[in-house]
Ligand binder design. Structure first.
Ligand SMILES: Cc1cc2nc3c(=O)[nH]c(=O)nc-3n(C[C@H](O)[C@H](O)[C@H](O)COP(=O)(O)OP(=O)(O)OC[C@H]3O[C@@H](n4cnc5c(N)ncnc54)[C@H](O)[C@@H]3O)c2cc1C
Length: 414
């Protein structure tokens, strides 16, 4: 049976392993962390959001970003120290503005396709990940931003997504806890939420039960493709029939060793998990998932007693510091918009989004035989991973004995 190494045990790694297992391949997963889902797939915004499929490659976004650089609490921060990695990425990002519309439509299609795949995986593996078919509400405070939302809606519709315009009253009916001025919003009833870490960890546990091997706590120091096979080196070297690179922000270095250029930049984001310990906080936090278009903040209700709030983009290399000045705007946002929620018990986190300059994941073969990629999912890895894992599986092809994996638990009950 062909044996593939999957490099990385984040959301893209475990969904890739599922896709390969289903096709009848032998799989070994590597990760430098001791457990699955410990890097970017740990405490993200939780949104499974086709409605957030717009790529950022737009002159208007660049101009807005330039103004934000002067505001310390703005959603964007850039370390001014130049590096070839950052400059080359930014130059390519600008070069991709011409593909803004096509890439937004393509991402929307992928996000919609991913829904059935994620459901199949969760049901097959019987994973409880605080899934909620919550809907996502985008809301706006100015007519200008709302008009821009209408423009984006046309592209989302081209990709097949229904995102309905709603009045301020309808926003308040759906999110009665929300305070502050409103000009309107959009609701996407088909969007949902869930805990990426619970899913990733649960999928890894199930894969192990199915015979997938895990080599955790192993830093990959070298990868070499030769004579139709690939050797992966940690504290020892092992040879495989093929390899799939799913190493998030580590993928660029690994790709370079394999002769491929995958220009992923680590775009840092922050989240807070507000633990809703009292009844008043639980009632005052929304169940519907939100996207505040101006503040670029997303929220998810994870079960009864956790409210996840995420946002910000920081270009600061591989720096993983959780900076108090970047966390504070998230806490203040909760206090301003949801004053009944106690922020006494907030857990801050920062993760690095593995972002390609065109904001499209890299999925498919590399230059050398046996080398594949499923990486670079940027701000939407949770939303897209089930679709890209399926595409990757198709690119690799079927092994000699495809497996029929049957559902353990229906998702609604999970
Ligand atoms: C603040 C924030 C909010 C977000 N919100 C959302 C959201 O609401 N919805 C959404 O769809 N997406 C969201 N995202 C994006 C999403 O979380 C990511 O796209 C996704 O988690 C990336 O998964 P991954 O598997 O590519 O990377 P990771 O989860 O980082 O996995 C890569 C793995 O590779 C391992 N690795 C790397 N290099 C090596 C090496 N040399 N040796 C061994 N192991 C290695 C790492 O240890 C890691 O475990 C958000 C991201 C952030 C930061």
């Amino acid at each position: 049976m062909p044996h593939y190494a999957v490099l990385g045990a984040g959301i893209t790694g475990v969904t890739t392993a599922y896709s390969l297992l289903k096709r009848g391949h032998d799989v070994t997963i590597y990760d430098r962390q001791r457990y699955a889902g410990m890097e970017t797939s740990f405490a993200n915004g939780g949104q499974l959001s086709a409605s957030n499929a717009e790529v950022w490659n737009r002159w208007a976004t660049v101009l807005k970003g330039t103004k934000w650089l002067l505001k310390p609490d703005a959603p964007l921060s850039v370390n001014p120290k130049p590096s070839w990695h950052k400059l080359s990425w930014m130059a390519e990002f600008l070069g991709q503005i011409r593909n803004y519309e096509a890439n937004t439509v393509a991402t929307t299609k992928m996000a919609i396709a991913a829904r059935a795949g994620l459901k199949e995986m969760a049901e097959t593996a019987g994973i409880d990940f605080d899934f909620s078919p919550a809907s996502i509400v985008h809301f706006y405070q100015t007519e200008k931003d709302f008009a821009d939302g209408r423009r984006v809606n046309k592209l989302l519709a081209q990709g097949g997504l229904r995102r309905d315009e709603i009045s301020p009253d309808e926003v308040r009916r759906l999110v009665p806890q929300l305070t502050g001025p409103l000009t309107g919003g959009f609701v996407t009833e088909s969007d949902s939420t869930g805990d990426i870490h619970k899913f990733t960890y649960g999928m890894a546990e199930w894969l192990a039960e199915q015979g997938v091997r895990f080599r955790m706590g192993q830093e990959i120091t070298d990868v070499a493709a030769k004579d139709g096979g690939v050797t992966v080196t940690t504290d020892e070297a092992r040879r495989f029939d093929g390899v799939v690179v799913c190493a998030g922000v580590g993928s660029r270095d690994i790709a370079a060793k394999l002769g491929d250029r995958v220009n992923i930049y680590p775009v840092k984001g922050y989240s807070i998990t507000v633990n809703l310990r009292d009844a008043q906080s639980r009632a005052a936090a929304p169940y519907v998932s939100l996207l505040d278009d101006k503040a670029k903040i997303v929220t998810s209700r994870l079960g009864e007693d956790r409210f996840r709030v995420a946002g910000t983009a920081e270009f600061n290399g591989f720096n993983r510091d959780i900076r108090a000045d970047r966390v504070k705007p998230l806490v203040q946002w909760v206090e301003r918009l949801f004053p009944g929620v106690s922020t006494e018990h907030c857990v801050p986190w920062a993760g690095l989004r593995p972002m390609m300059p065109n904001m499209m994941p890299k999925v498919g073969p590399g230059r050398a035989p046996g080398v594949f990629y499923n990486t670079g999912h940027g701000h939407l890895g949770w939303t897209l991973s089930a679709a890209t894992a399926e595409a990757l599986g198709e690119a690799v092809g079927e092994g000699p004995a495809p497996r029929s994996l049957s559902a353990a638990v229906p998702l609604a009950a999970a």
